[in-house]
Design a protein around this ligand. Structure first.
Ligand SMILES: [Cu+2]
Length: 122
């Protein structure tokens, strides 16, 4: 019984280590969330070292923006692949993958005017 409790405790400790090793970042925290100019001052301000499995939280008024993960070309050209998943809740949590991660808003002209983001996760 004591062994089982100890095992459970170690399991819980192991889980909490896994949980705390991933970080959540609210996009554009200094500029009002996921909106025009969201990428200004973010994520380049100090203290951010993104890792794979970290979560980006995109906050905005639902119906005013959306979030779509795109390729580098999609980021540059402000185009999303056909059938790409569209996040639109206004509080979208998206996990980073290792390497470059690109996101845009697909509302007309929004990406062109800065509602786009690229971050690199190690
Ligand atoms: Cu938008």
């Amino acid at each position: 019984m004591a062994t089982a409790a100890f095992g459970l405790m170690m399991l819980l400790i192991g889980h909490s280590v896994v949980l705390t090793s991933a970080t959540k970042y609210v996009v554009g925290n200094r500029t009002g969330g996921w909106t025009f100019g969201a990428s200004c001052n973010w994520p380049s301000n100090p203290g951010k070292h993104f890792k794979a499995n970290d979560t980006l939280v995109f906050k905005y008024s639902a119906g005013h923006h959306n979030v779509v993960r795109v390729t580098k070309a999609g980021y540059r050209n402000c185009t999303a692949a056909e059938g790409a998943r569209v996040y639109s809740s206004g509080n979208d949590q998206i996990k980073l993958v290792k390497g470059k991660n690109y996101f845009i808003c697909t509302y007309p002209n929004h990406c062109t005017f800065g509602v786009r983001l690229s971050v690199t996760a190690i």
